[in-house]
Write a new protein. Structure first.
Length: 187
């Protein structure tokens, strides 16, 4: 298969998976600081970075999760922030996994351990980046100091951390299986 067509196809499929898993596999939680949610969208953001490449993986996450925000009245104002953060998540996973660890050359325990590390680094970036970037976004872009401070609340940290742990637990074994199945297309 043509390499460009393979990348385009995987990017589109994983963007759709990000959107579907965020939109339909989501539990919204109302807090005094506003809405937050548990969801599985991040799983496909990191998978995109690991399976395709850092840039296409970031694009898949940004498109899928960005559209999810744009089509949900609760999250529509946060779509620009989501697009940036999810791009970074896929980009970090892909950069660490492909460029630093060369996951495409690993198998067995090495593949599992290095993919676990790559996914964990991307999710750690999200755990730190989500509240800080949200604070700056609400304070400087939307000029809403009250909402900015709310992003530093415990509820936001709990859901972001829980989503990160779910992503690590689900995406690591899923990647090890998918990497073997999709390796034929990279040769």
């Amino acid at each position: 298969m043509n390499e460009r067509l393979r990348k385009l196809t995987l990017t589109a499929l994983l963007a759709a998976a990000c959107y579907i898993s965020f939109t339909f596999l989501q539990v919204k939680i109302y807090t005094p600081a506003g809405y937050t949610s548990f969801h599985l969208g991040n799983v496909f953001c990191v998978l995109a970075g690991l399976l395709i490449d850092p840039v296409c993986g970031g694009i898949a996450g940004a498109i899928g999760m960005g559209i999810g925000d744009l089509l949900d009245p609760v999250y529509i104002l946060t779509a620009p922030k989501t697009i940036i953060l999810k791009f970074m998540m896929g980009f970090i996973a892909g950069t660490v996994g492909q460029k630093l660890f060369h996951l495409q050359e690993k198998s067995g325990k090495q593949l599992f351990i290095y993919s676990l590390i790559a996914i964990s680094v991307a999710m750690l970036g999200n755990i730190v980046g989500e509240p800080l970037f949200s604070y700056v976004y609400y304070k400087l872009i939307l000029n809403n100091a009250d909402k900015a401070v709310s992003y530093l609340t415990v509820a936001k940290w709990i859901t972001t951390t829980t989503n990160a742990l779910l992503t690590i637990i689900i995406a690591t074994p899923l990647y090890t299986v998918l990497q073997k199945r999709l390796s034929w297309s990279k040769k």
